[in-house]
Design a protein around this ligand. Structure first.
Ligand SMILES: Cc1ncc(COP(=O)(O)O)c(C=O)c1O
Length: 269
C-alpha cells in the first residue's frame, strides 16, 4: 500500500486527516485480527468492480460474525472522488468501526504489472482441509494476514517478488494476496475455491475476457505451465517471468489478457 491520501469513517462518511486515530485499543480487529476488508482499484474517480467486492465483503463479515452496516457503497464512491488511479481499502472491525482508506498505488505494484518472479512455498495444509473444516475460514478476507505478509517477506528474502502457496497433497492454492492462473496444455486453469482460497474479483473479471477453467492444478502442472500470472485488484494481471528460478519466456496469452484487463477495467464500475 502506498501513501495514504484520504481516510473516511463509515459513521457519517466524514473525511478525517490521514493521521487521525480511528480505532480503540480494545477493538477485536486490532487485538485478535477480527476485522474484514476489501482492496479495490480506483480509476477515473470511481471504484472498480465495487458490487463484486461488496458481495465478498458481506460474505467475509458473516463468516466472522461481524455486523456489516449499510453505507459502504456510498462511502467507497465518496472516497474515490477525484482519484485518477489509486487503491481503496474498506475495513469493518468487530469493534464496530468501518472506514475507507484511499492510497497511492505503490511503485512496486505498478512495476509488477510488467512481470514478477515467484517462488512456491508450502502452506502446510491439504487442499481439501478448509472445505472439511469451515471454521478455518477458507475464502474469508479478514485482517488476520500476518502469515500472508510473512510469506511475501520470505519470498523477497529468497530474491523473488511474490509466492505461490502449495498444499501438502501437491496442489496449487493461491498467492498471499493474489489468485493463480496458469496456461497448461493450451488451457487456462485456476485452482477451485473449494480449496479454501479467496474467490478473486480479478479472476471473475478476467473470466469475462477469456475462458478460465477452475480445476485442481497440481504442482507438476504448474512446473510445466507455459504461462502463469497472479491476479489481484490493484496490481491487476501480473505475468510470472520466473517460477522457482525457471524462466517462463514471453507469456503472449497472459500479457494480452493484462492489456485487455487494463483497458476494460474502467468500464466495470
Ligand atoms: C489471499 C488472496 N487471494 C486472492 C486475492 C485476489 O483477490 P482480488 O482479485 O479480489 O483482489 C487476494 C486479494 O487481496 C488475496 O488476499
Amino acid at each position: 500500500m502506498g501513501a495514504v491520501r484520504r481516510v473516511l469513517l463509515l459513521d457519517d462518511a466524514r473525511e478525517l486527516p490521514p493521521d487521525t486515530p480511528v480505532l480503540r485499543a480494545d477493538d477485536l480487529g486490532v487485538v485478535r485480527g477480527e476485522a474484514v476488508f476489501e482492496t479495490l482499484r480506483v480509476l477515473d474517480g470511481r471504484p472498480c468492480l465495487l458490487a463484486e467486492h461488496l458481495t465478498r465483503f458481506a460474505h467475509s463479515a458473516a463468516r466472522l460474525g461481524i455486523d456489516l452496516p449499510a453505507g459502504f457503497d456510498e462511502l467507497a464512491h465518496k472516497a474515490a472522488i477525484g482519484a485518477e488511479d489509486a487503491g481503496l481499502r474498506l475495513t469493518m472491525t468487530k469493534g464496530g468501526v468501518g472506514f475507507a482508506v484511499l492510497f497511492d498505488v505503490a511503485p512496486e505494484t505498478v512495476a509488477g504489472r510488467g512481470g514478477i518472479s515467484v517462488v512456491t512455498l508450502p502452506l502446510g495444509i491439504a487442499s481439501d482441509l478448509r472445505a472439511q473444516q469451515p471454521w478455518l475460514l477458507g475464502g474469508v478476507k479478514s485482517t488476520s494476514y500476518a502469515v500472508n505478509m510473512a510469506a511475501l517477506r520470505h519470498a523477497r528474502a529468497l530474491g523473488a517478488d511474490d509466492a505461490i502457496w502449495v498444499s501438502t497433497d501437491g496442489y496449487v492454492l493461491e498467492a498471499p494476496t493474489s489468485t493463480v492462473i496458469a496456461l497448461v496444455d493450451g488451457q487456462l486453469v485456476t485452482p477451485p475455491v473449494d480449496t479454501g482460497i479467496l474467490p478473486g474479483t480479478t479472476l471473475l473479471a478476467c473470466s469475462r475476457l477469456l475462458p478460465i477453467t477452475a480445476a485442481p492444478l497440481s504442482v507438476s502442472d504448474l512446473a510445466r505451465a507455459t504461462e502463469i500470472a497472479l491476479l489481484s485488484s490493484v496490481r491487476g494481471v501480473a505475468p510470472v517471468l520466473s517460477l522457482d528460478g525457471r524462466p517462463l519466456g514471453a507469456s503472449p496469452v497472459l500479457t494480452a489478457l493484462a492489456t485487455r484487463f487494463e483497458t476494460t477495467l474502467p468500464t466495470w464500475m
